[in-house]
Structure formats: C-alpha cells, structure tokens
Design a protein around this ligand. Structure first.
Ligand SMILES: *[C@@H]1O[C@H](CO)[C@@H](O)[C@H](O)[C@H]1NC(C)=O
Ligand SMILES: *[C@@H]1O[C@H](CO)[C@@H](O)[C@H](O)[C@H]1NC(C)=O
Ligand SMILES: *[C@@H]1O[C@H](CO)[C@@H](O)[C@H](O)[C@H]1NC(C)=O
Length: 816
C-alpha cells in the first residue's frame, strides 16, 4: 500500500490524492502498471504524469489489454496530449493488435504530426471567416459554441490545445474588441441566445464540414421503404437449432451486422458503389455495423494493388468498416468444417473430369441427371482422400471435394457443388501453406456465419445461391444469416466487366483503370466526381430488386448539383485572345475583390488585378457580327464579369491566316447610369507584376468513351462493343489561362482539408466553361509559396492539369 502511494506521487499526485487512489480497487492496479510500463522512474514531468493518469483512469475494458503498450508510448513522449491518449484508447478498442501496424496507429493518434503556429493561425482565421456573421452578431455569447466547433476543424486536430486557445482569443479580440455593455448577460435573452447559437454548430455546417451536403430528405429513407424495409429484425431468422440464435444474439447484442465482401481481383466500379451504400448504409441506418471482408479464396487472381484500392475507395465514399477481415483468415476453420461435413456424410471427394461432371448434369443430348460413382464411397475413404488432397498428393483437377446435395433438384445450385479444389498457387496471405482452396459457394456463407452477419445483402445473380447457402449452414448446424438480393446497378454508355476493362487497358484504348472516361470508382475519383454525388446518385436510383441500367446523365446531374453548391468559381479562358483597353493607363492596376461564390460569403473571397492588358476567350469574339449575337465584335459592346463598366471593340489585328490576335478596346466609364450590356464574358488580366495570368499546363476534356447507350447490344452495335469506342473522346488543350485567385482557392482548400486528401478533390467551376478538378498528374504549389501568397513562387512550383468533371448544363457538349 505504502509502495503504491510512493509510486503515485512520482507522477505528481499529492500525498492525499495518492492515498485515495491507492484505495481505489480498480484504478490502483491499472495506474500502477501504467506507471511501471511507461519505463520512467523518478522525475516524471507533471504533464506526462497527467497523461499516464488519464490513460489509467479512462481506459475502457475493450482497450485494457493494450494498457501497457500505450503507457510505453506515453513514456517515450509519443502520445503527448489528452486528445492523443483518447484517440489511442479508441483505436485500441477496434483492433486485435493495434501496434502491429505502427504507421496506422501513429496516424490514428496523430503521432509525429506537428501543427505550426502559422497553420494554427490560418485555420482559425478561415474558421472565423466562415463564422464572421455569428461572431459579430452574438459576440462573446458565441464563443462557447465557436470554441466547441473548433474541435471539428481537422487541421487543428493535433495542434496544441493551449496554443489554439491563445490564438482563438487573440483573433476574437482583434475581431470584436474587448467585452463591453453589449456583452452583459441579460438573463432571459441570454438563454435564448445560447439556444439559438448552439444549433448551427451542432450541425457542423461551418469550416471544413461545409464540404458535406445538406440533403433535403433523410438520406437513410431508402432503407425504410420498399422490400428492404420488410427484412427481419436481428434474432428473427429461424435456425435448425434454436441454441444458435440465442448464442448469436448474445454475441451481437441484437445489432444489425452486414458486410461488403469484394473479391480482391479488380477495381471497384459504379455498380459496387451501390453495394457499398446498401451494405454500409443499411447497417448505419439501423445503428449496426458493417465489415469489409476481402473474399480472397482465389489465389490466382489476387494482387496487392486491389486490396489497397478497395479500402481506399470505400473510405473515399465516406464509409468506415467496423473491421477489415479476410476470408483466408478462416482457412483452417473452413478446412475443419469440411472434415465435419464429410463425417456427416454431406460431402465426398470426387475424381470426375470436367467433362464427366457436365455429363452428370444431364440436359437435352445427355439425358437425365445422374450421380457420379464417387458419391457413394464410404465416409472414411473420403476423409482419407481429402487428406491426400491437402497433402499435395493430387494435381490440379485430379480431385475435388463436393457437397452431397441433391442432383435431382431443379436448382443447379444443388447439383453437388464443389467445396474444395487443388490449386498449386501460393496465396497472397497464407503463402504456400495450402494447396487446396475453398470455393466461393462453400466459403461465403460460412464466413457470413462466423461474423454473425444478420443480413447478407447481395445482387440478384445470387438468387439461386440462396438455397445452397442455407443448405450448407444447416448441414453443419452453424448460425445461418438471411440472404436478400437487390438489383445490380448498370449505367449506360460504358462497360463494367473486369474482362472488358482489362481489354481496354491492354489495348491502350484508355490510359489505365483510372482513365477518367471509365466508370470504375478510381476513374470517377480521378475525374473529380465528388463521392457525395455518387452516393446521392445511388440513393436516388433506390434499392429495388430489378436490375437497372441508369442513364449516365443522372450521375452527371448529381455531380452538377453538388458542385454548384460547393465549387469555388474562377475565371479562366481556354483559348486566350489578347485585348488592350487603350484608354486605361499602362501602370494602372485595380484590385477587384471577387466572391468565390456569389451570395455565399462562407466561401470567402479573393482579389484579382484589373489592368490595361487582358485576355478574353477567343470564342467570345467574332469577326462577323449578327443581330442575335451579344458578345464582342468590332464596334460592339460587352460586359466583363465583375467589372463596373463594359468595353467596346474599336480595332482588330489579325494574323496572316486572318484570325484575330489582338483587339483594341475601350473601357466605357461614362455611359449613362442604368446601361446594362446584354452579355457578360469572363477575362483574365495580363498583369505579370501581380502574378496574372496563371498558365494551365493542360486542360483535359472528355466525351463519352462509347457512342451507344448499350455498347453490348448486338442490334445497336453489330460490329461488337470495341467498335463503339470514340477514339476522339479525349481532348487536351495547352495554353489555357486562369485568374490568379486560383492560389487563394488552393490555399483555403489546403488549410481546411486533411493533409492526406487528394488533389482530385480540389474542384472548381470555371465560369461559363464547366466544372474542373485537378488531375493526379498535377503538382500543388510549394507550401511556403502558398502561405506567403506569392503567386510567382506558386506558379513556379506548381503543375496544373485539369480534368473536366462535367459540363455546366445537361446538353452542354458545346460548352467545351
Ligand atoms: C459470433 O457469434 C458466436 C456465437 O454464436 C461467437 O462465439 C463469436 O465470437 C461471434 N463472432 C464474432 C466475429 O462476433
Ligand atoms: C448490366 O451489365 C452487364 C455487364 O456489364 C450485362 O451483362 C447486363 O446485361 C446489363 N444489364 C442490363 C439490364 O442492361
Ligand atoms: C437532369 O436535371 C435536369 C434539371 O433538373 C432535368 O431536366 C433532367 O431531366 C435531368 N436528367 C436526367 C437524365 O435525369
């Protein structure tokens, strides 16, 4: 006891507190082992002591197995704040071996992340910019909720709380001054103000969270209508043995458990976005959990890149797996159950050739279905043969394990399905430990059972497998989930099958699996399509049981709707045409302040120079005027966006080919008040001293890769789907220009976005042109250049390659 008291005082507890703590039966042993495991002896700094105390006093039963490991990281100075300790505890709860993947642990707990003073200052400034109205209106009453809201700012997650608070206070003072009579608490009013003020913060509409959409209706509504709303509640699925459901409920606590089980043999596509939304969404709507399970039972097709890409894609869509599992983790258990299945006389080793198996399945020329000779061999013989299979004494195709189902059943899924086959291929995860591998039919339902899946949601191709799924669970007397099928999602004007995509890639018809003209999810991401738009698209289509081929324009529509709400506006010209405002002095530069989005102060503003020399888009000028034409021509007047007065064109200089290369124009400052030009065009200043214009290295504009709605339709496309490709569907343009405000936009994005975010999430509306995202071939400007808002250094260090995500309007092909 005395020893404990002494030990506890080493972390800065007072004598009295140490004595109290020593009497606490739960805390005392935890704290003692925490301090010992920290590896620190005497002279423990108070701040470290507090962290150790926090760890010992808040560790949850689920994480307690890792208490000592965590204490050690505190002792080494790695977990250095309360927030990090809390995050570490939380992380450990969900992991069997949290420190096995050290970099994942570090990321989850912010170890090694330093947030500079400048970053803190900038993040808080941005935060206040978006909350300015409220701060000015509610003044000191707004501070509580605003300080709370700051917790959600990702850029500050691992910043020193003391520094954040100090910077917050300093900026408050600079913005609204010290407290005065306006801040005196009027009792009744104060309460109201507090209530009103708290609401917006809790919605997280400020700061970086402004990225999230504000759906008009409950996004989970689709799970509470139609057939999917009629599914059983956990526990409502009958079992061959009632004991199974009792144990199941005990293990799950009655929660909904689903899984998304991709085979790691390809990249996910738009159809999988539905599977992801259905499985993760259904669980979430019912307050349940969803596993990501790699169905990795075919060693021949699996590659590391698919595992990585699948997880990245799921996260990109905004979903978090409850746990990541692998079917292969169950190889031993599956094997033991196979032996059990043989012992129950429900499986046998068969040596038929593929031909013979086909023949037994009967059919027109082959007569009625029949059992094979091995079906009736003794159990002991099958057991011995299965052992030989496992020992590698059979070559591929020489022996298989088949389930003894019912050859006379009308459902082909009952014709003695294969459970195990010999494959002499090392496995991605188990190496060459196994030379027999379980099939999908055998593995899938059992892994569902092991994970206590309540609702096994899959597409309608698996309708017939439902019965064999149930058969196997019942045959082995293991917990049996419920399978339910929904219609798969296809979109028009593309192909989605892995084989076809591979053909496109191998033939060099596209640049890779993520070519922005494809509808794999990595391709959509690269193109700049926001994940929110994809999710909204899937939910708008709904979860029916019929297969649907949806017009790809509907995805474009959702993309536009999202970008209209969220994309900053910038002026750009695709094909620059130089103009000179002859009546503006050469050294006159006016800084104009432009909103990133009109009528949306939360998105902020930026400045651009307006000067004598400008560029407009060549498409906004014509040599020949016409009565229904309202943009620029010789002698014609047009408005420049965001500029107070219009311009008129006096002279046109052409090159030898007769194309305009330079226009002499005048800035009309003395027109009668109320004069309004019929059209406004965008422009970019030619003002190198102000860093304008910014050169775009390349603009990439995409048309549909396939001309027909259904390239696979033999009537529409008699020459086959490959003949339907538009080989001219990618247009690259060099020489386009954008206003210097792009650097401000990138800086704002960088400040409010997690550092691991992707450049393709940096999306813009180029006014009157389209929506564009940075391609991954781009390079962001150097951080120092951005911070200093130095346009020249930005331009030097950056490479700007843009993909057009979508046109501004639906029938917008011409806008390119
Ligand atoms: C599933 O439930 C069984 C009891 O039926 C339990 O023993 C097992 O641990 C559970 N598995 C998981 C992964 O939750
Ligand atoms: C959906 O796509 C698959 C292949 O990508 C195709 O076989 C199937 O016919 C399509 N379904 C419909 C209804 O178009
Ligand atoms: C896209 O949206 C527009 C405007 O809301 C609508 O008129 C059009 O029918 C939509 N297109 C599709 C394919 O849903």
């Amino acid at each position: 006891m005395d020893d404990l008291v002494v030990l506890f005082t080493t972390i800065g507890l007072s004598e009295q507190k140490a004595q109290e703590t020593a009497k606490n039966k739960k805390l005392a042993p935890a704290l003692a082992s925490t301090i010992r495991a920290s590896g620190l002896t005497d002279g423990i700094p108070d701040s470290t002591g507090k962290l150790l105390y926090r760890l010992a006093s808040t560790v949850t039963p689920k994480a307690s197995a890792h208490l000592e490991a965590l204490a050690q990281t505190i002792g080494q100075g790695q977990l250095a704040s309360n927030e990090q300790v809390d995050a570490a505890i939380k992380y450990c709860e969900a992991q069997a071996d949290p420190l096995a993947d050290r970099s994942a642990f570090d990321r989850a707990c912010g170890i090694g992340v330093t947030v500079t003073d400048a970053e803190i200052e900038n993040a808080i400034r941005t935060y206040f910019e978006t909350n300015q109205e409220r701060l000015v209106k509610d003044r000191y009453r707004a501070l509580g909720p605003l300080l709370g809201g700051l917790k959600k700012v990702d850029a500050l997650k691992w910043a020193s709380p003391a520094k954040v608070k100090a910077e917050f206070d300093a900026q408050v003072l600079a913005t609204i001054g010290p407290k005065d009579e306006r801040d005196e608490v009027v009792k009744t009013k104060g309460k109201e103000g507090k209530k009103g003020a708290a609401a917006p913060a809790s919605k997280g509409k400020n700061g970086p969270a402004a990225e999230s959409t504000t759906p008009a209706a409950n996004p989970d509504a689709i799970f509470f209508e139609g057939d999917i709303s009629k599914l059983h509640r956990p526990g409502g699925n009958p079992q061959v043995n009632p004991r199974l459901i009792e144990e199941h409920l005990k293990a799950t606590g009655g929660k909904v458990v689903t899984r998304f089980p991709p085979e790691p043999n390809g990249f996910l596509h738009i159809g999988h976005a539905k599977a992801i939304n259905v499985n993760f969404g259904f669980a979430k709507a019912h307050d349940g959990v969803c596993y990501l399970r790699y169905d990795d039972t075919n060693p021949e097709a699996e590659e590391e890149q698919y595992f990585t890409s699948i997880l990245e894609t799921v996260k990109w869509l905004g979903f978090t797996p409850f746990q990541i599992t692998y079917s292969s983790d169950n190889f031993q258990r599956l094997y033991e159950l196979a032996i059990e299945l043989i012992k129950r006389d429900k499986a046998y080793v068969c040596h038929c050739t593929g031909e013979e198996i086909k023949a037994h399945r009967g059919g027109e020329a082959k007569g009625p279905r029949s059992d094979c000779v091995h079906r009736s061999r003794p159990i002991a013989e099958s057991l011995a043969e299965f052992q030989k299979m496992k020992d590698g004494r059979y070559g591929e195709g020489e022996a298989i394990l088949r389930m003894k189902m019912n050859m006379q059943d009308g459902n082909p899924q009952f014709w003695d399905l294969v459970a195990y086959r010999v494959l002499n291929t090392p496995h991605h995860r188990t190496g060459s430990k196994w030379c027999i591998y379980p099939t999908y039919d055998y593995t899938h339902c059992l892994c569902d059972s092991f994970e206590n899946i309540t609702h096994s949601l899959c597409t309608t191709e698996f309708r017939q497998s439902r019965e064999s799924y149930y058969w196997l669970c019942d045959a082995l007397e293991v917990y049996k989930p419920v399978q339910w099928e929904y219609g798969r999602l296809n979109v028009t004007n593309t192909v989605l099958s892995k084989r076809k995509l591979l053909k496109l890639v191998q033939a060099g018809l596209v640049s890779g699996w993520d070519d922005p003209r494809l509808y794999t999810l990595p391709a959509l991401r690269r193109r700049g399509v926001p994940p929110q738009a994809i999710n909204q698209f899937v939910r708008e289509v709904g979860i029916t049981t019929s297969t649907s081929t949806i017009e790809v324009e509907r995805l474009d529509n959702q993309t536009r709707a999202y970008l209209d709400e969220h994309a900053p506006r910038l002026m750009a010209v695709v094909k620059p045409l130089r103009i000179t405002l002859t009546n503006v002095p050469a050294d006159q530069v006016t800084q104009l302040t432009l909103p990133f989005k009109p009528r949306c102060p939360a998105m902020g503003e930026h400045t651009v120079p307006f000067s004598r020399d400008l560029f407009i888009d060549a498409s906004d000028f014509r040599m020949e005027d016409a009565p229904d034409y309202f943009r620029l021509a010789k002698g014609k007047t047009v408005g420049l966006l965001h500029v107070p007065h219009p311009i008129t064109c006096d002279e046109v200089e052409c090159n030898e080919a007769g194309e305009p290369v330079h226009l002499q124009c005048r800035y009309l400052t003395d027109l009668p008040a109320g004069f309004k030009p019929k059209a406004y065009i965008q422009w970019v200043a030619n003002c190198p001293t102000a860093g304008s214009p910014v050169a775009i290295d390349e603009l990439r504009v995409y048309d549909r890769l396939f001309r027909h709605n259904n390239p696979l339709d033999k009537n529409e496309v008699p020459q086959g789907w490959l003949s339907d490709i538009d080989t001219n569907s990618l247009h690259r343009t060099q020489g386009a220009l954008v206003e210097v405000g792009i650097w401000d936009a990138i800086r704002r994005w960088a400040e409010t976005t997690p550092s691991l975010d992707l450049v393709e999430n940096l999306r813009f509306q180029f006014i009157r042109i389209g929506y564009f995202a940075l391609d991954k071939d781009s390079q962001l400007p150097a951080e120092a250049a951005l911070q200093k808002a130095d346009p020249k250094a930005c331009a030097e260090s950056a490479k700007l390659v843009f993909n057009r995500i979508v046109t501004l309007r639906e029938s917008g092909k011409k806008e390119a």
